[in-house]
Design a binder for this molecule. Structure first.
Ligand code: NAD
Length: 478
């Protein structure tokens, strides 16, 4: 669906995120025909560049990060003709009048804060001071949104000093993934699942975000953050909310976010013996976490597994197991809804125990599968076997739907449309910090040291024990 004309300013327009994600996403939407003719994208950062200098940089980034689309030179040129650049100092006066002069009046204006959070206040203040804030102005802010509850509150208060909540778009790119939205469609668009979506039929839920990459390139940030702040407080928490929330009355931003907030507020504090922290060590000459961050005594976790409980009518008694880690054996983000066994097997003990599993894969190969039990074909007697029922939409809806749009494409267009459904509200972010802060404070006060695990493994053995103690197992990462 085409959007109305807009101006988009990317603060930090020469940075890593702009290069790899924001500009390629804009370009893909442009190629997808979603833009009206009249759009302006302005990079704004410290580097001294003019429009042509920036366009040459952008062309290089698009060739690298959107090679399929940028092969079409005519499309690339048309896109670049809508791109410009203004050198701006976020904390000073330089560039602001020039920036203000380039923007159109009376149309949607989005400012993407692709800079560190310490600059959010300076940017918000100057946007307002230079007359660039109107009713149609929106700001997009990246993670990390705070370091703890106190800093998140301070950031929210700073932004609220210049913009209303409905103008603030806090990005969690996990929410822009096609499968995450599909999860809501599967849950709330079908009769089939929702009646079973509770502690009576669901044994437990596993949420895994496994990465093969380490912390290279983000060492100093990561060593202050760790997996709890970097992944659990935001991405895993958002996935947990979408799985656990009550059906909102409608698919509108506040209805959805109200329900997510209720989930976070219903989370019990996590007991220390329900958490495993890990830190990777090098094998075969590869550097371990401490070598990479250059801190031989670091007690920051690069892995975490925990068991969470939601104290409400729907989920009491159903554990949610969350795990995430770096330098693991495979890259895989998946939510597994593990249903209970059938109450009685009419096929006898040797037919095995079988339970349905709904797997929602975010990456790689986004898609949803339901494991169902059928008769093993051709065998004498009644032997059972599990087969996946593939609900990936690509096959059913045709080859043009095989490639899901990148999360950033969807989210940036939602900003232009003014749709906040897939963005975090300030109170959600604060509630999530209120849940993680005591856990982190507990480690700090006890001097907890993470368990070592080998690069390329599935994580520390204690994470397996966390499950085994409950008579359960993690689904494989690969
Ligand atoms: P980066 O260091 O690569 O780029 C920072 C950008 O900010 C540069 O364009 C720089 O010129 C500009 N900048 C810095 N100080 C400035 C100032 N005083 N005035 C004007 N411009 C200034 O950072 P990045 O990796 O692109 O990350 C940007 C933001 O996005 C950060 O908040 C980061 O935490 C977040 N983020 C990044 C990624 C990623 O994959 N890179 C992922 C998630 C979130």
């Amino acid at each position: 669906i085409p959007v109305e004309p807009f101006d988009l300013v990317v603060f930090g327009g020469t940075g890593d995120l702009a290069q790899r994600k924001i500009l390629p996403a804009l370009f893909r939407r442009f190629c997808g025909g979603q833009w009206p003719e009249d759009v302006l994208v302005l990079g704004a950062a410290r580097k001294k560049l003019d429009d042509d200098g920036y366009r040459a940089l952008v062309a290089g980034w698009l060739k690298e990060h959107a090679p399929d689309r940028s092969a079409d030179c005519a499309a690339l040129d048309r896109f670049l003709s809508r791109v410009g650049y203004v050198p701006v100092e976020a904390q000073g006066d330089e560039g602001w009048p020039e920036l203000a002069a380039r923007l159109s009046r009376d149309r949607v204006r989005a400012f993407y804060f692709s800079v560190g959070p310490r600059l959010f206040g300076a940017l918000a203040e100057r946007i307002e001071a230079h007359g660039m804030a109107s009713d149609k102005t929106r700001i997009v802010v990246e993670k990390p949104f705070g370091h703890d509850l106190e800093s998140a509150r301070a950031l929210n208060a700073t932004l609220a000093g210049h913009f209303r909540e409905r103008q603030i778009y806090r990005i969690d790119h996990y929410l822009g993934k096609e499968t995450v939205q599909n999860l809501m469609a599967v849950r709330f668009g079908n009769m089939l699942f929702e009646p079973l979506w509770n502690s009576q039929y669901v044994d437990h839920i596993q949420i895994t975000v496994a990465e093969t990459v380490g912390v290279d390139g983000r060492e100093s940030y990561y060593d202050r953050a760790g997996a709890m702040r970097d992944m659990v407080q935001n991405h895993l928490m958002q996935l947990l909310c979408l799985i656990a929330m009550e059906p909102p009355a409608k698919f509108d931003p506040d209805a959805v976010r109200d329900e997510k907030l209720k989930v976070i507020r219903a989370l019990d504090p996590v007991l220390p013996h329900h958490i495993v922290r890990g830190q990777y060590v090098g094998v075969d000459g590869q550097p371990g976490y401490r070598e990479v961050v250059g801190n031989p005594r670091s007690s920051t976790e690069s892995y975490i597994a925990l068991r969470a409980h939601i104290s409400n009518w729907r989920w009491a008694g159903t554990p949610f197991y969350l795990r995430t880690g770096k330098r693991l054996v495979a890259r895989s983000s998946v939510i597994n809804v593990m249903f209970k066994d059938a109450p009685h097997s009419i096929f006898g003990a040797d037919a095995g125990r079988h339970a349905n599993v709904l797997s929602i894969r975010l990456q790689p190969n986004e898609g949803i599968t339901l494991k169902v039990t059928i008769k093993e074909p051709g065998q004498g007697g009644m032997r059972l076997v599990d087969v996946p029922l593939d609900m990936s939409f690509a096959e059913a809806l045709g080859p043009e739907n095989q490639v899901s749009p990148d999360a950033y494409e969807r989210l940036i267009m939602d900003v232009v449309r003014g749709n906040q459904t897939l963005f975090m509200r300030g109170d959600e972010v604060e509630a999530a910090w209120a849940w993680t802060d005591p856990i982190i404070a507990g480690w700090e006060s006890s001097g907890d040291v993470p368990k070592p695990y080998d690069c390329g493994s599935t994580g520390p053995g204690d994470a397996e024990l966390l499950m085994k103690r409950d008579g359960r197992n993690w689904q494989g990462i690969k």
